[in-house]
Design a protein around this ligand. Sequence first.
Ligand code: ZN
Length: 162
Amino acid sequence: MKREGYISWDDYFMGVAMLAAKRSKDPNTQVGACIVSPDQIILSTGYNGFPIGCSDDEYPWEREGEQTKYPFVVHAELNAILNTRGKSLEGAKIYVALFPCNECAKAIIQCGIKEVVYLSDKYADTKETIASKRMMSSAGVSFRQFTPSVGQIVIDFAGVEK
Ligand SMILES: [Zn+2]
């Protein structure tokens, strides 16, 4: 008999996206993304951070003031796309904890991703998110809010027999 209580594909891919977010050094916002092929194979992951060679200790993480993170930070979705190094993403899905901004939406559309699965849409009223949805709708990229089938997924390193 098949084991009960296994996680769904959606739980798995959103879980991977949220695990990737834990790599982020951003003190305020940690976002992860996971790109999945039409046959449910993970093609890439990414999280928000500075480009390669731009030190997390030298560049600013501030949100306000003279020096902010905004000119430098690469969003999770764009990082996940760029991490494929040009691999085809035609027909792929992207799982992301936060609805993609307008800049990431452009990259999502242009690389051939056809579906966005998101957890939070807390910036729905901003002009960036409104623009993002408008462009994705025009381009035939569908988006849907993720409905978890479990409340949490626990990764228990300590519980594995050594
Ligand atoms: Zn973005």
